[in-house]
Design a protein around this ligand. Structure first.
Ligand code: FEO
Length: 171
């Protein structure tokens, strides 16, 4: 049964995904201002990915006849630290999102809601990828943090990040 408690928790998660989108958009603006267009692009792709995450929950709620309730999105920071600081913040944020998804899965188990459990498996796998990609970029920017040409090389590489594919188009 799709309980109200679970529906409320999914509405909260929709908000958390939109906050993530907003956070990465703020980081994209930060890198634009810092003249690091590749990193700005990477963050913009990350923003798009978060909108996809939010909309997958949105569609799921509608498909099951539940009521989507959109809540206010908190403002993200407008000031950021060094390149290393920003990617460390991305990794910490993704680890937080992973725990939110795991809590949601625990709730879906408690409520005996099989469709939500099935949906959440996609997010559980996705979070492994999210943490992996944030962690890889963080390790690499740490290696070159005191060597500007190295930062510029990573910036160029990150400019090649492809746009995310919405799950519906993968099927
Ligand atoms: Fe929606 Fe980056 O987790």
């Amino acid at each position: 049964m799709f309980t109200e408690r679970l529906q409320n928790a999914i509405n909260d998660q929709i908000n958390a995904e939109f906050y993530s989108a907003y956070l990465y958009l703020a980081m994209s603006a930060h890198f634009e201002a810092e003249d690091l267009p590749g990193m700005a692009h990477w963050m913009r792709m990350q923003y798009e990915e978060e909108v996809i995450h939010a909309m997958k929950f949105f569609d799921f709620m509608n498909d099951r006849g539940a009521r989507v309730v959109l809540k206010a999105i908190d403002a993200p920071p407008s000031e950021f630290g060094s390149v290393v600081d920003v990617f460390a913040e991305v990794l910490a944020h993704e680890q937080k999102v992973t725990s939110l998804i795991h809590n949601l899965y625990t709730l879906a188990l408690e409520e005996g809601d099989y469709p939500t459990q099935s949906l959440l498996k996609w997010y559980i796998d996705e979070q492994v990828e999210e943490e992996k990609s944030a962690s890889e970029v963080l390790s690499r920017v740490k290696m070159v943090q005191d060597y500007p040409p190295g930062v510029l090389m990573i910036d160029q590489e990150l400019a090649g990040r492809a746009a995310p594919t919405p799950p519906a188009q993968e099927e």
